[in-house]
Design a binder for this molecule. Sequence first.
Ligand SMILES: *Cc1c(COP(=O)(O)O)cnc(C)c1O
Length: 389
Amino acid sequence: MLLKNCPEDVCTYIKKNKETYVPVGPELVQTSTFCYDDYQNFMDQSKDENNNYIYTRGANPTTSYLEDMLSDLIGCQKCKVFSSGMGAIAATLLTLLKQGDHMIMLNTIYGEAYSFAKYINKFGIELTKVYIEKPEEVVQYIQDNTKIIYLESPSHQKCQMLDLEGIVQIAKAHGITTVMDATWASPLFMKPFSYGIDLVIHSMTKYIAGHSDSLGGVVCGSTDVIDTISEYGLRFLGSVSSPFNSWLTIRGLRTLPVRMSYLSHAIVQFIDAIRDDPRIAKIYHPYAATGYQQELSKKYLSGYGSLFSLELVDEDFDKLTAFVDKLSHFSIGVSWGGFESLVLPSFKGDNQAKLDERGLRKSHMRMYIGLENTQTLIDDFTQALDSVY
Ligand SMILES: *Cc1c(COP(=O)(O)O)cnc(C)c1O
């Protein structure tokens, strides 16, 4: 069967019709490649595939629009978007590290980022994973070949914060690049660049896209470093955001300030309602922190993310399972940052050693407060607790 030819070629058709309407929404340019009707122009543009529209693995207008919005919001020279947070993390580390280099990872790190750092040992990249309280403790782990200090603050599991200025000062004195995963606080509540962090990564899958319907990641920093990561880490490894996912993320980003402001109040209301319950042993969240951790949270955070974790006094695992099943407004599931509230116990029947390593009780669970009515969530939590404990 022969397809009917368009009356004119696609480029001409689109150009002509573009002048007849002005959409209020951002344009979704769902295309793999871009066509030219002038070969000289094509040759000129192809000289920089990261910044000109040749092929979507290099650049795409919908994704560029998202990157510009993010650079503005985050306050950096340049951002590059990936198909997932792990895409951004892997591309950044593989671009900046080479055989014989050493990296330090601090405190709790997103599990897969830590596993990846261990995995690339097969390329001769050394890793030291350490737990520190004060920044000066990092000095003893620095080697002549240390190239990166990788950190997460607050960390997504224990919500632990680090003294960014202290770490940056030590890193700069040793010519080490700092890479920080800032997903927990979103770009709104913490500004790592104001304290001298070199590269900031967000899993956009969480708050930025914000609707649990799309994966994405972004790495932010100075133009030269981001261009290098684009050239090698993005174009060679290929974890490119589909234009549609970039478009969904733009839609999420537009409501990020209102969602974060709601969630910051919601988590305070939730913690206030449960913090004095004698059945709860510990709450891990900057708002519930004390002492040094509280000082750090006052210094670095201008609002709160709504991901937290808690431990119950009673460590009976059957009871914990019953409790989680009794919750009707918290679904059991990984990830977070969308509309729906979620819960995830850390003990999975066979990972006691991992829990011990992280200093967590068997009753430890992670909870994400979503955009539902907060009192409904508090009531749900209380009824589940009352019915089991
Ligand atoms: C989810 C997450 C990641 C990984 O992002 P993906 O988009 O799932 O690949 C990295 N860091 C943190 C803190 C996360 O929560």
